[in-house]
Design a protein around this ligand. Structure first.
Ligand SMILES: [Zn+2]
Length: 110
């Protein structure tokens, strides 16, 4: 599902993983980004990376699961278009539904 991509940090095209970059200290969820090997292992950021999946095996259902598991709250429109460079209104719809459901659950808890 993924064609032409580059590392969100340095522009590298090889060894890319889809990662979550922690929103802050002690927060297990984070922004969805693509990082190359050097950036993933760089000491100044590696402690903020939780999820890390080779892009070759990333599928639509994996993306949905990341949102379902609350690993990320990244704006799916921006993420799909700007980072993955895919135009997939169907997937966008599904993810938006998951985000709405998560939001509702969070409201019920607080
Ligand atoms: Zn990089």
């Amino acid at each position: 599902m993924i064609n032409k991509k580059t590392c969100s940090r340095c522009g590298e095209k090889r060894n890319l993983h889809l990662i979550t970059f922690s929103y802050g200290d002690n927060d297990p969820s984070g922004r969805l980004l693509l990082y190359c090997f050097d950036c993933r292992t760089s000491q100044d950021v590696n402690h903020r990376i939780d999820t890390s999946i080779p892009i070759e095996i990333v599928t639509e259902s994996i993306l949905e699961d990341l949102y379902r598991l609350k690993k990320t709250y990244s704006d799916p429109d921006t993420f799909l278009k700007m980072i993955l460079e895919v135009d997939n209104p169907n997937l966008l719809n599904k993810i938006n539904k998951i985000l709405k459901k998560n939001e509702k659950e969070n409201r019920l808890k607080s």
